[in-house]
Design a protein around this ligand. Structure first.
Ligand code: ADP
Ligand code: MG
Length: 891
């Protein structure tokens, strides 16, 4: 752009309103500014043009500035949410500048005073809180990365629920840690951006660079204290410098975007990367954990096993699968809870039934704390606490002196037991008795406080209702007096008025009447009047309504304040419900697919019996076929036991499925889920790597082969003896001998590291490693030739594929028959001993089969003789039978 997007306000004298606009814009130069003007939010200058082209709103003009028309686009204030959603999805940051007083208040300050406006919020991808902008079943996190004294910290906040966490990681662990959080937006200082750009790009989310000064120790600490309203950070434990810096960046971003409103945040949950299985972004993508390679949720691991009945439950399940644990006791606590719900069918059924009626309390609380909540958010508490107390009672009834609940369930039941907090129970009573049944979205719409909450409100309302009744009787009386049909109506401009057909206008105008009708307005067909009495009533009703609304808003504020003060208990109850939803949903899924409890130990083995890939199985089942279960045994400790399996087999035999299935089992097991197998014993996997060759990555401007090698190098540098590595056909993106050499060297290196490895390859030469290296075994997914066709058994057994059946697959794919038969001839030559391309030179040239004029067959001749028009249906059928006999005679 050669022209500045915003003209310099000083250079060109601006109107008072535009001066306000420029001041706001100067504070958020890189955001689209939505500027409230009456019933609309307006965008000006370049913002208007950008928004108009991005979301298709009309571009107009408003007045002039510096001699040129000002481009303008507007969205109606009542529908601003849906436009916000579109703009944020289109990748914009949006600042909202609202009117913070009404025109009457402005006039009181002086006849020329402009309505005061302030920046009330900046909407960025990581700070969404509105229901319409969020996915109920997906988290929406804002993350930050900071580095201090060789330590790297990754912090994240979910503003919509108030969860905060902080993780110390190695420099190489940044991408894995970030991608596990699936952030929508990542903050990083401008100083660190260059160094971390690659990691940030892999992890996804919008990147926001911040001035490095914001991460300085003193500044970060001060901001963090302000955010939490604490005098010292000691309550959070000994935070490392990097953690304070990362949390400080988040605090700075929230200060700006929330315009100083303090959200209801929980204390940061701290951990180190040693607590979680490390799964890097490439592995996450290739295992299709949260979304498929095509980018869809449908068909991902999470979508396939998710049986949760609440949004918070779905989010928690995703968080667990994105971050499997490394602590056997913690994993077993989760498994105990799942097992309990597997056994107690009735508890599971009741819990799912009750939980499905609970609202999303955490998100409701967060909106209320930020001043964006409405009556429906209070309604969510009623539903959530209602469901929670019933669930607490149901669980309580199930344990006695002899029966103990598993720890996770017992903890949740305790959190739900409202008697532990008299205040929370009181709030629940107040809300469930006090909220009306039909709740408006916004408090200012009124009508959400029920009868009996406030005597004053009830009185004001009855005054209003009485006055309305008086209006009704007045209508009858006035009609009688005037002797013409008339109605009393109401609108926002005139208030109450008398309306009659234009024909009768003169009758009302003309005296003598007991009542004087004062003319207000004439329309094409109607005339509108008022009377002294009606005007008085109108004033009384309007005052009563205004007073009632004021009282309702005060009650709303009071309820909001109580909820805000009880935030920790409400959050705990919400978390307990989510935990129970996850445990019972995993149980539901386990029963549905026949999954079993995995056994975890500190060893380095993997022993799966009759295991299945949950996603492929459900796809295969939908197609009406059966999935073939397979065993897998790897042991990193045994001297002779295989720890690296070379997996061969023809295309489509099920190699990739077999590999991923074992990686998915490890994720499920360590996330605390049952696994689809007859049995699984697993030594904890510290890092999981999955690499798939031949994936096309041209979109990112890297050669496929280069990417493949970069990813493979990462495995060789980071895998440990506790890791699980699956390598699927690497080395494909280059010439045969290069590829073979690289695949070979990688297999040897992985064998040396000692990690459990499944290595699928089309280089059958690698099978010879089995004889040379003690820890290597060959596995093969076989296919059988049957009647000239290829039948895939999908069965993993020891040994190496004898051939790759590529030619068969080509035939299956519909390659023209002459090409397939020609390929067979070439293959035979190649497979002859001491095959080399030179032998191909002796091969006779490929001759296209000539189009021969074969004589017509008996069937064709008979067909040609048929006179279809002259045949009766019966004769036609007989002819068909004859043709069939002819056909049989030929074969
Ligand atoms: P490969 O990697 O050997 O080419 P894939 O693992 O991609 O083969 O599997 C190809 C297809 O075969 C899958 O999409 C699935 O439909 C089917 N398949 C794979 N494994 C099994 C199995 N164990 N049981 C049933 N069908 C399977
Ligand atoms: Mg494959």
């Amino acid at each position: 752009m050669d022209q500045p997007a915003i003209p310099d306000p000083i250079a060109a004298a601006a109107s008072p309103v535009m001066a306000q606009y420029f001041a706001a814009k100067a504070r958020q130069p890189d955001a689209l500014l939505l500027f409230r003007m009456g019933d609309f939010y307006e965008l000006f200058f370049d913002d208007a043009a950008q928004a108009a082209s991005a979301i298709g709103i009309a571009l107009t003009q408003r007045g002039t500035h510096a001699g040129a028309p000002i481009p303008m686009a507007g969205v109606p204030a009542h529908a601003v949410e849906s436009y916000l959603a579109k703009l944020v999805r289109a990748g914009f940051k949006v600042a909202i500048c609202d009117q913070v007083e009404n025109p009457a208040e402005a006039r009181r300050r002086g006849s020329k005073a402009v309505v005061r406006r302030e920046l009330v919020r900046v909407v960025t991808p990581g700070t969404l809180t509105d229901d319409t902008l969020l996915n109920a079943r997906g988290a929406n996190r804002l993350a930050a990365v900071a580095l201090r004294a060789d330590q790297v910290a990754v912090a994240a906040v979910e503003l919509s629920t108030g969860e905060v966490e902080c993780l110390l990681v190695r420099r190489e662990g940044v991408a894995a840690a970030l991608s596990a959080l699936q952030p929508s937006e990542v903050l990083v200082t401008d100083r660190l951006f260059g160094e971390l750009a690659g990691d940030l790009e892999q992890a996804g989310g919008a990147i926001e660079t911040m001035p490095a000064a914001l991460a300085e120790p003193a500044a970060a600490e001060a901001r963090l204290k302000r955010l939490y309203g604490v005098a010292s950070l000691d309550g959070f434990g000994p935070l490392a410098g990097a953690e304070v810096a990362a949390l400080g960046l988040i605090a700075a971003h929230l200060e700006i975007t929330q315009a100083g409103t303090i959200p209801a945040l929980r204390p940061p949950r701290r951990s180190t990367e040693a607590a979680f299985m490390s799964v890097d972004p490439a592995t996450r993508i290739s295992l299709e954990i949260e979304c498929t390679l095509a980018g869809q949720r449908q068909g991902s691991l999470i979508a396939t096993i998710d049986r949760t009945v609440t949004g918070p439950g779905a989010r928690r399940l995703a968080a667990r699968l994105n971050r499997p644990l490394l602590d056997i006791a913690a994993i077993n606590e989760r498994l105990d809870a799942v097992a309990w719900f597997v056994d107690d069918i009735e508890a599971r059924r009741q819990l799912r039934e009750l939980a499905s009626r609970a609202g999303d309390m955490a998100r409701a609380l967060s909106r209320l704390a930020l001043g964006r909540g409405g009556p429906r958010d209070l309604g969510a508490f009623v539903q959530g606490l209602e469901a929670g107390s019933k669930i607490g009672a149901m669980l309580g009834a199930r344990c006695g002196p002899l029966v103990q609940l598993p720890k996770e369930i017992a903890d949740a039941a305790r959190a739900l037991d409202l008697t532990f907090s008299a205040e929370l129970a009181a709030l629940h009573r107040a809300l469930s008795g006090g909220l009306a049944t039909d709740l408006p979205l916004q408090a200012r719409d009124g009508g959400f406080v029920g009868q009996g909450v406030s005597a004053e409100l009830d009185e004001t309302r009855s005054l209003r209702d009485d006055s309305r009744r008086i209006v009704a009787t007045l209508e009858i009386r006035l009609a009688e007096q005037a002797g013409v049909p008339l109605k009393i109506r109401h609108n926002a401009v005139l208030g109450y008025f008398v309306e009659t057909n234009a024909r009768h206008a003169d009758t009302l105008r003309a005296p003598p009447h007991a009542t004087v009708f004062i003319h207000r307005q004439s329309l094409a067909n109607q005339a509108r009047f008022t009377t002294v009495e009606l005007a008085e009533l109108d004033g009384r009703i309007a005052r009563a309504a205004e007073q009632a609304l004021g009282l309702e808003l005060a009650i709303f504020e009071q309820w909001r304040g109580r909820a805000r003060a009880l935030a920790p208990s409400i959050q705990a109850a919400a978390e307990a419900l989510a935990a129970l939803d996850v445990a019972s949903a995993l149980a539901e899924w386990a029963v549905e697919v026949g999954a079993v409890r995995p056994v975890l130990d500190e060893g380095v083995g993997l022993s799966a019996a009759q295991a299945r890939h949950p996603v492929v199985e459900s796809a295969v089942r939908r197609a009406g076929e059966a999935f073939t279960a397979n065993d897998c045994r790897l042991d990193g400790a045994a001297v002779d036991g295989p720890r690296l399996a070379i997996v061969t087999g023809p295309n489509m035999a099920g190699k990739s499925t077999f590999l991923r299935q074992n990686a998915v089992l490890a994720i499920l097991a360590q996330a605390g889920s049952f696994v689809p197998a007859a049995e699984l014993r697993l030594g904890l996997v510290d890092r999981l790597f999955s690499r798939v060759g031949a994936g096309d990555d041209l979109g990112r401007g890297r050669s496929t082969f280069l990417t493949e090698m970069i990813e493979t190098a990462a495995i060789l540098n980071q895998a440990t003896a506790r890791s699980l590595v699956i390598v699927d056909e690497i080395g494909r993106g280059t010439a045969t001998w290069d590829g073979l050499a690289i695949a070979w060297a990688c297999a040897e290196a992985l064998h040396t590291i000692g990690c459990r490895t499944l290595f699928a390859t089309h280089y059958h030469e690698l099978a010879s490693l089995e004889e040379r290296l003690a820890g290597v075994a060959n596995l093969c997914l076989k296919a059988k030739e049957w009647n000239g066709k290829l039948v895939f058994l999908h069965e993993a057994s020891s040994g190496c594929a004898d051939r790759s059946y590529g030619v068969h697959v080509a035939a299956l794919a519909g390659t023209p028959a002459p090409v397939v038969s020609r390929a067979r001839v070439i293959l035979e030559r190649l497979e002859a001993k001491s095959a080399s391309t030179s032998r191909l030179a002796e091969l006779p040239l490929f001759a296209a089969p000539e189009a021969v004029d074969a004589p017509p067959s008996a069937v064709e001749e008979a067909l040609g003789r048929l006179d279809i028009d002259g045949m009766s249906p019966r004769e036609a059928q007989a002819a068909l039978y004859r043709l069939k006999t002819l056909l049989r005679g030929r074969s």
